[in-house]
Design a binder for this molecule. Structure first.
Ligand code: GAR
Length: 208
């Protein structure tokens, strides 16, 4: 059974989608720990409802360094095989990423390589996509490497952008139609060992 660690910062609807898929028997894995970047994130309550222990590990509590080591120590002590960034809003450094190479998955609410990288998170991503005037947008699940939103792409899905779209409506549309389906699917593929990496690209075995 694959042991999954989740990192969250907010509402945790993507975490919920993964927990629901596990409950429905669609993922051969188990979320064993939830790490929040801040106190009070609703995602912590979602974990508690599933009897999953959570802990707050916040960068601001490590002004003299040691944040990444605290994260590494925690996930190693929990023996995790996969870490999912499910709406996690803190940039992670090389030390952490190297410790879990090709084992950290992120969900980004746009079609990478558009509208991604430093400063592109949450609603801002959708504001920028609408400002540009794109006609489709979507979400991307990718492995995390040392550059923001630049790791190997695992899955992408799209939605059409309506003429009267707002950042809020686009965010909702992408979450409901893409993110909540794609993240559980990518986690399931990982748990079934159906994702391989070659020359920095991910290849997914999508049979059945
Ligand atoms: C989601 O839309 C996710 O794609 C985005 O934040 C939201 C979190 O929602 N993530 C990022 O912007 C990361 N760069 P949730 O807490 O309800 O899952």
């Amino acid at each position: 059974m694959i042991r999954i660690g989740a990192m969250v910062s907010g509402g945790g609807t993507n975490l919920q989608a993964v927990l629901d898929a596990i409950d429905a028997g669609k993922i051969d894995g188990q979320v064993v720990t939830v790490v929040s970047s801040k106190e009070g994130a609703y995602a912590i309550e979602r974990a508690a409802k599933h009897n999953i222990p959570s802990v707050v590990i916040s960068k601001k509590d490590y002004p003299n360094g040691g944040f990444e080591k605290a994260l590494i120590d925690h996930f190693k002590s929990m023996n995790v095989d996969l870490i999912i960034l499910a709406g996690y809003m803190t940039i992670l450094g090389e030390e952490f990423i190297k410790a879990f190479e090709n084992k950290i998955m992120n969900i980004h609410p746009a079609l990478i390589p558009s509208f991604c990288g430093d400063g592109f998170y949450g609603l801002r991503v959708h504001e920028k996509a609408l400002e540009y005037g794109v006609k489709v947008s979507g979400a991307t699940i990718h492995f995390v490497n040392e550059k923001a939103d630049a790791g190997a792409i695992i899955l992408q899905g799209t939605v059409d952008v309506a003429n009267d779209e707002t950042p809020e409506s686009l965010q909702k549309k992408i979450m409901e139609n893409v993110e909540w389906k794609l993240l559980p699917k990518a986690v399931s593929l990982f748990c079934e060992d159906r994702i391989s990496i070659k020359d920095g690209k991910a290849y997914v075995d999508l049979k059945d």
